[in-house]
Design a protein. Structure first.
Length: 121
């Protein structure tokens, strides 16, 4: 039985749904990155990074490149970088809307300015 497209999409987004995986993909947007540099930038245990890279590799989103004793990772295609840019644009719009709403709420909750009363004595 074939998986419906919407289920495949949900599985894909679920696979992306880990902060370390997203950070790895962001770091790989500009080209291959050695594992040692990924570890330095993400600051997690090597075993944890290895697990997350394995998930991305199994999904076909990243590929490993071995040059001598150095292992680097790269995006398997440019569409993932475009997806990350689209996500950034969407989040920017959402957060802009929330900031506008927050500012409006703060203005509505602000106490009315007090009008000075002059005392005549």
């Amino acid at each position: 039985m074939q998986v419906p497209l919407y289920q495949a999409k949900a599985d894909f987004f679920r696979m992306l749904g880990h902060p370390v995986r997203i950070r790895v993909l962001e770091l790989l947007q500009h080209g291959p990155v050695p594992v040692r540099d990924l570890l330095a930038d993400i600051e997690i245990e090597p075993s944890s990074l290895s697990q997350q890279l394995a998930v991305l590799r199994r999904a076909g989103i990243v590929v490993s490149i071995r040059e001598g004793s150095t292992v680097s990772y790269a995006l398997a295609g440019g569409d993932v970088a475009e997806l990350l840019r689209a996500a950034r644009r969407i989040l920017t719009e959402l957060l802009d809307g929330r900031n506008e709403l927050l500012a409006e709420l703060r203005r509505a909750d602000a106490p009315a300015p007090q009008v000075p009363t002059s005392s005549r004595g």
